[in-house]
Design a protein around this ligand. Structure first.
Ligand SMILES: [Zn+2]
Ligand SMILES: [Zn+2]
Length: 559
């Protein structure tokens, strides 16, 4: 297939550019009015204190939804949540065939099943190193190393040139599980000529190399060998090699392994499904582990990020039904602190320490964790192998992307573009540049619903959390005379004992009454007008009496 004169190749990130998380990348090919698309990864990001009640956030797919009939395929690079987590929610809006390797497909199916869309989805398992032609895109999988089984880079060949979409990667010479980085395939691609490389920026500020899982194994074995009492290791369940290392350390030191936490069991099943846990002794249940001598057990726990409902938090609170840790026991954090989780992790560690548990982190025991993303030396090596004409950093916050641009320039890359979500970058023909802006944004998973980020709900929730709620209700008759009330109620207010001027709610009720009385007879016949006047006066009075302006709800009832 050769390019027609008005064909263009474009790259459009709708998530994951200017943030670490929520990856959603689109490649379009064809004339501007008739592009065919493939989507690479459909991931989530996680809520924080600024999104009360919302734990999961998705990229807004509105733009691609408009072009749903032109989406030829969705290719998933690997099974991390920030790459596949949104599939169950968003696939029904995109409805394109899905391509993934076996391990990723195993976890994907679970997600789709949970959301009730598995039966409709067309999932093709592509072998590692395999290739698939999707319309004008010839997509080849390149085996990389990362912190989860089966991480793939994608070579995306089109009549206008080849893109290497790296996905998440590092160069681990001994990843323990799975193959090493397929250097030959990458170099070959570089020799054939790569138009653009869209590349992981997570560790662009870190010098040197990320380090190998094999080094972690050595350190972990050595550490566990010195420990008496019960040992718990906390790590990301998706890091199956790390799980394997913990299991190895247990076996080498006469301990039996007990998996604690749902995602540990889920990942162990996924790993077993692709034959990764063949040499592993059977795990023991929590009940059996509880009866073992303390120095014969090793718990592998979820919750390294201080997640309040995860296994480790429950253990730290003494609330786990079967797992107890106390004086003489040890907890090893084989994980990094994800930015934003510093406080919950510190709280978790304080609670464990308070029980007498000794803690080990990569701060005091360097080498018990390594990152899954490329540091500067690995990035440089990749640029030497690939020699792209255009560098497009992704998978990073603004500062990461801009630093990555500087690094790419140092590596003699001729053109660089650091896009923001929604920037449509033309890769060919001509110089790479941003040619259009597509709508982009976030969707919140709010209970069982999806809401847009510009909705009122979260703004109101933050306001409520800060200043509480007052509600005032008054019953008026047909002539606007007060028949009952006003009654003022509050949520999240200082208590009666805290309030030196008497009962604040009584004061506010009196003020509400005066507000109604002050309105003219005509005005009092208008419910909305009365409600507005009440909201204003109660807000103002609250500011004067209490020093805060809570959310005020006013209701007028008629008899
Ligand atoms: Zn990622
Ligand atoms: Zn990843």
């Amino acid at each position: 297939m050769s390019a027609r004169p008005d064909d263009e190749l474009v790259f459009l990130p709708l998530g994951g550019s200017n943030e670490i998380g929520m990856n959603f990348n689109c490649y379009g090919y064809g004339p501007a009015d008739d592009r065919k698309w493939i989507i690479v990864d459909v991931g989530v990001t996680f809520g924080d204190q600024t999104t009360p009640g919302v734990d999961i956030i998705l990229p807004d797919p509105a733009f691609m939804e408009q072009h749903a009939e032109d989406i030829l395929g969705i290719v998933l690079t690997h099974a991390h949540e920030d790459h596949i987590g949104a599939m169950g929610w968003l696939w029904p809006r995109l409805r394109a065939p899905i391509y993934a390797t076996a391990f990723t497909a195993f976890l994907l199916r679970e997600k789709m099943r949970e959301r009730g869309c598995l039966d409709e989805a067309d999932i093709t398992e592509v072998p590692l190193g395999g290739a698939v032609t999707i319309g004008p895109f010839e997509v080849g999988l390149i085996t990389l190393t990362h912190s989860i089984p089966e991480p793939n880079g994608l070579s995306i060949k089109t009549p206008l040139g080849t893109v290497l979409h790296t996905g998440d990667w590092k160069i681990d010479p001994d990843p323990i599980l799975g193959a090493v980085t397929d250097q030959d395939a990458i170099r070959r691609l570089g020799d054939e000529g790569v138009l653009a490389m869209v590349c992981d920026s997570t560790n662009v500020f870190v010098d040197g190399e990320a380090g190998s899982e094999a080094d972690v194994r050595e350190r972990m074995n050595a550490l566990v060998a010195t420990l008496k009492g019960r040992v718990a290791i906390a790590c990301f369940a998706s890091n199956v090699a790390r799980m394997h290392t913990a299991i190895h350390a247990a076996q080498a030191n006469g301990r039996q392994v007990c998996l604690v936490g749902r995602s540990m069991l889920r990942m162990a099943a996924a790993a077993a499904s692709v034959g990764l846990f063949k040499d592993v002794a059977p795990f023991v249940t929590e009940q059996v582990a509880a009866g073992l001598p303390h120095d014969q057990v090793l718990y592998l726990c979820t919750g390294s990020q201080g997640e309040p409902r995860a296994a480790l938090a429950r253990i730290a609170d003494g609330a786990h039904p079967h797992v107890r840790l106390g004086p003489g026991d040890h907890c090893v954090f084989s994980s990094r602190v994800i930015p934003g989780n510093e406080v919950p992790i510190r709280n978790l560690q304080n609670r464990l320490a308070d029980r007498g548990v000794r803690l080990y982190t990569d701060r005091d025991h360097p080498g018990i964790h390594v990152s899954g993303h490329p540091c500067r030396d690995e990035l440089k090596t990749m640029y030497q192998w690939v020699r792209p004409r255009i560098a497009i950093p992704t998978h990073g916050e603004r500062r990461h992307l801009l630093e990555h641009v500087a690094l790419a320039r140092d590596m003699q890359v001729a053109e660089t573009v650091a896009p923001r979500n929604g920037d449509m970058v033309r890769l060919a023909p001509g110089r790479a540049e941003i040619i259009d802006e597509a709508p982009s944004g976030r969707l919140y998973v709010d209970g069982g619903m999806l809401t847009t980020e510009d909705g009122e709900a979260l703004r109101e929730r933050r306001h409520m959390a800060h200043s509480g709620v007052l509600s005032v209700c008054v019953v008026l008759d047909g002539h606007g005379r007060i028949a009952s009330g006003p009654q003022v109620r509050g949520v999240g207010l200082p208590s009666e004992e805290d309030y030196p001027l008497g009962e604040m709610l009584d004061d506010l009720a009196r003020i509400a009454e005066e507000t109604v009385q002050r309105l003219g007879g005509r005005d009092r016949e208008d419910d909305e007008l009365v409600e507005q006047a009440l909201m204003r006066s109660i807000k103002k009075a609250s500011q004067r009496l209490w020093g805060r302006r809570p959310i005020v709800e006013a209701t007028v009832l008629r008899v």
